[in-house]
Design a protein around this ligand. Structure first.
Ligand SMILES: Nc1ncnc2c1ncn2[C@@H]1O[C@H](COP(=O)(O)OP(=O)(O)O)[C@@H](O)[C@H]1O
Ligand SMILES: [Mg+2]
Length: 584
């Protein structure tokens, strides 16, 4: 795999938000590199002053100039000056470098945090159909895990800058001292970089992609398994699910291991070449190639520089490989943000729905799921007046849920329109709609919190006795009060601690809390026994009549239909002109 256009877009997306900090980091990196190089060369005066009188003098104009400056500054104790210079430069460099590391860390982790927050919010506001088509576990990976890798990547980019600048400066200074030795070093470094680049592009990116895929699958399997735990246990297939998950963990490990084994090789080779080079210098001088003592300060500077450059070179290519390995995660995160941003549900509708006064019209509405080629709703025309109790019946798969989701503004009609008091439903923002529309589904949803908070469901507490009233209307107050903590009883995820009927009634209470003008019930009473269902429907009818609200409910029960003012019978996505066997 190559560095694709998408990776560039992803990098640009994440980095551009913090460009000011990054410019500052770049400037700071330059200073760190500069002082680091100076501090490296500050070893020369010390070595030179420790060596015999004439050692190394008169060979290099730059080094001689430094020596002359030190001698001029303090002729009594030049060595002290040289030591102070080295220490001073090192301290400055360390302080700058510390600041730079902190700033880089803060920037990278802000990118992490902000990416997670932005991602969660755009997913929660994304178009419902987009979310229907996505794997929840994959989305969880993109929100929770992938941004961490984005931050790892952004953390090392400035570090690369420091190391590259440092290396360039040290090499430049070495160049001023000895052309041919430096030239030789540059060739080694260039060969090394070509090798590291090859590994980064051909190994790291590939293993990174593999890891990203495995991390996403792990999340998908874990979420599926936990969601379906009851069925999994009753079918005795826990082993199968553990194995699915384990396979992805092993894949992840295998990719990581491949990465770890191969990425270390260029660094080892580099070290070997450098050490060989030093050995060669030593042999060269000791075999009479030159006077070792007189060359000692120069060799010292080279050796010291090499010691500084080598980790830098290793770090640069190591970081390079790390970036390539983390890039696939960044791309995944970027794609999720991009997709959910361009599928935002609240684009368009900005109008506020004040109240539902009279009529809901469904005009020539058809709906096709993007993943399907057969429309779920075909050319439906219905009028629903305020204060009506409307029953929808029809066999499974006939489009009842889809119709309700369209009426709730969750799905958008493929053609035709839904008008509320003459205004298209799309012209209202989703939040504005949901203030007036209540909904109870087939499978009640609960989160890990008290019954009170599950009824309030993130909305403002209307105060007073509202929560109890809602529970009473849904005929579940008695049950709630029989619990040891009453309203403060904590419901486990998905309401596992309650019976189906109790769960349905609590979610009915949730919908009744704000006394919605339009109440959508999608087989909301299916888990209740006949008597309870009748009682709740009677309560709902009473509320409807008192407040003049509208209820649209999907049911399989003929008895419930008998109480309706209006009956809609669906078949194959269409409305039958005359509902069978019920009064109209
Ligand atoms: N998310 C979806 N993607 C594609 N097709 C869907 C989706 N949900 C439902 N359908 C299809 O749309 C049709 C109507 O489904 P639905 O409205 O759930 O029916 P009902 O509630 O009456 O049982 C069915 O043929 C079903 O297969
Ligand atoms: Mg349904």
């Amino acid at each position: 795999m190559k560095f694709t256009g998408d990776s560039k877009k992803a990098l640009k997306y994440f980095l551009s938000r913090k460009w000011k900090a990054l410019v500052f980091i770049a400037a700071l990196s330059f200073l760190v590199a500069f002082f680091e190089s100076l501090a490296t060369f500050a070893i020369y005066p010390i070595l030179s002053l420790m060596a015999p009188e004439t050692a190394g003098r008169g060979r290099n104009p730059y080094l001689d100039a430094i020596m002359a400056w030190i001698a001029g500054y303090s002729s009594a104790s030049p060595l002290h000056t040289a030591v102070a210079l080295l220490l001073g430069l090192t301290v400055v460099k360390l302080l700058l470098s510390y600041g730079n590391i902190l700033l880089t860390w803060v920037t990278a982790n802000k990118i992490y945090q902000e990416t997670q927050i932005r991602m969660m919010s755009s997913l929660l506001n994304a178009d419902y159909q987009f979310l229907l088509g996505a794997q929840k576990g994959d989305l969880a990976y993109r929100v929770l895990t992938a941004p961490g890798y984005v931050s790892k990547m952004t953390n090392v980019i400035p570090m690369i800058a420091v190391e590259v600048l440092k290396t360039l400066m040290i090499v430049t200074m070495l160049f001023l001292i000895s052309t041919w030795v430096t030239f030789f070093l540059i060739i080694i470094a260039a060969l090394y970089f070509i090798m590291a680049r090859y590994v980064a592009r051909n190994v790291s990116y590939g293993t990174g992609s593999g890891r990203a895929k495995s991390a996403s699958n792990q999340s998908v399997y874990a979420m599926n398994a936990l969601k379906g735990i009851k069925t999994i246990r009753l079918f005795g297939v826990a082993k199968f699910w553990s194995e699915l998950f384990a396979r992805e963990c092993r894949n992840f490990y295998a990719f990581a291991r491949k990465d770890a084994t191969i990425t270390g090789i260029p660094g080892m080779l580099l070290e070997l070449v450098f050490v060989s080079f030093l050995c060669f210098l030593a042999l060269y001088f000791s075999s009479g190639g030159g006077n070792f003592l007189s060359n000692m300060p120069l060799i010292g500077v080279f050796a010291y520089s090499l010691l500084k450059i080598m980790p830098s070179l290793k770090a640069v290519s190591g970081y390079g490989m790390e970036i390539m390995a983390n890039l696939p995660h960044a791309e995944a995160a970027y794609h999720a943000i991009e997709e959910s941003e361009c599928h935002r549900a609240d684009i368009g509708g900005r109008e506020q729905l004040e109240a539902f006064h009279g009529l809901m019209r469904i005009k020539d509405v058809s709906f096709l799921y993007t993943s399907s080629d057969k429309p779920a709703i075909k050319n439906i025309n219905i009028e629903i007046g305020r204060g009506r109790f409307v029953g929808i019946i029809g066999p499974s798969g006939s489009g009842k849920t889809t119709l309700l989701d369209l009426l709730g503004g969750l799905l958008k009609a493929t053609s035709g329109e839904i008008l509320i008091d003459g205004k298209p439903i799309d012209s209202f923002g989703p939040e504005s709609l949901s203030k007036h529309i209540g909904y109870v589904g087939q499978e009640p949803f609960f989160f890990n919190d008290t019954i009170r908070n599950n009824v309030l469901f993130g909305r403002k507490d209307p105060g007073g006795d509202a929560v109890r009233q809602a529970l009473r209307k849904a005929d579940v107050l008695e049950f709630v009060e029989s619990l040891p903590e009453g309203l403060n009883f904590v419901i486990a995820d998905d309401g596992m601690k309650m019976s189906g009927g109790q769960r349905q009634r609590i979610s009915i209470a949730r919908a009744l809390l704000q006394n919605p003008e339009i109440l959508l019930l999608d087989e909301a009473t299916s888990a209740l026994d006949h008597k309870t269902e009748e009682k709740i429907i009677e309560t709902i009818i009473k509320i409807v009549k008192e407040e003049g609200n509208t209820v649209i409910f999907v049911t399989h029960r003929k008895s419930a239909i008998q109480m309706a003012d209006q009956v809609i019978e669906m078949r194959d996505g269409q409305v039958l002109p005359f509902p069978e066997g019920v009064r109209i």
